[in-house]
Design a protein around this ligand. Structure first.
Ligand SMILES: [Zn+2]
Ligand SMILES: [Zn+2]
Length: 143
């Protein structure tokens, strides 16, 4: 199913209509390779969607599982959920804030499965956030 179609279906199934503002935020997230900060979303929609609505829409997306929050210390970024993107994890640079998507690692996914079983859980999702210093920041620091 095409991303937009699926997005509309998720909204409709929960009793929400697809407004212009909702579509716009979705398209921004879909068109971005990197997770977005709230600030970036607000900036990108300035004059079209007011700040409060941006927060409200993102909150709705989290509730409906359209988007998810990536916690980076006390801050966070927003990206589309695994429904739209291939499952992956993140490494965040503690210096420049760059977020790198780490492709699915089968061994790790199996381990998570096993952990779920061992605790009698049927796991539906998980997140793994890793923090450190990226190559750019490490080479800057070395100079
Ligand atoms: Zn960095
Ligand atoms: Zn995983």
């Amino acid at each position: 199913m095409k991303e937009q179609t699926l997005f509309k279906k998720i909204l409709r199934d929960s009793g929400y209509s697809t407004t212009k503002a909702r579509s716009l935020i979705f398209d921004l997230l879909l068109g971005s390779d990197d997770p977005r900060t709230m600030h970036q979303l607000i900036e990108a929609t300035e004059g079209r969607i007011d700040r409060v609505s941006v927060y409200r829409i993102v909150e709705l997306y989290e509730k409906l599982g359209v988007a998810q929050r990536i916690n980076i210390g006390w801050k966070y970024k927003i990206e589309l959920s695994d429904v739209f993107l291939d499952h992956h994890h993140h490494m965040t640079c503690l210096d420049c804030g760059r977020v790198v998507a780490v492709k699915d690692e089968p061994m790790f996914e199996e381990m998570i499965e096993r952990l779920g079983q061992a605790n009698r859980f049927v796991l539906k999702s998980h997140q793994l956030e890793m923090q450190g210093y990226c190559d750019r920041c490490r080479s800057n620091a070395a100079q």
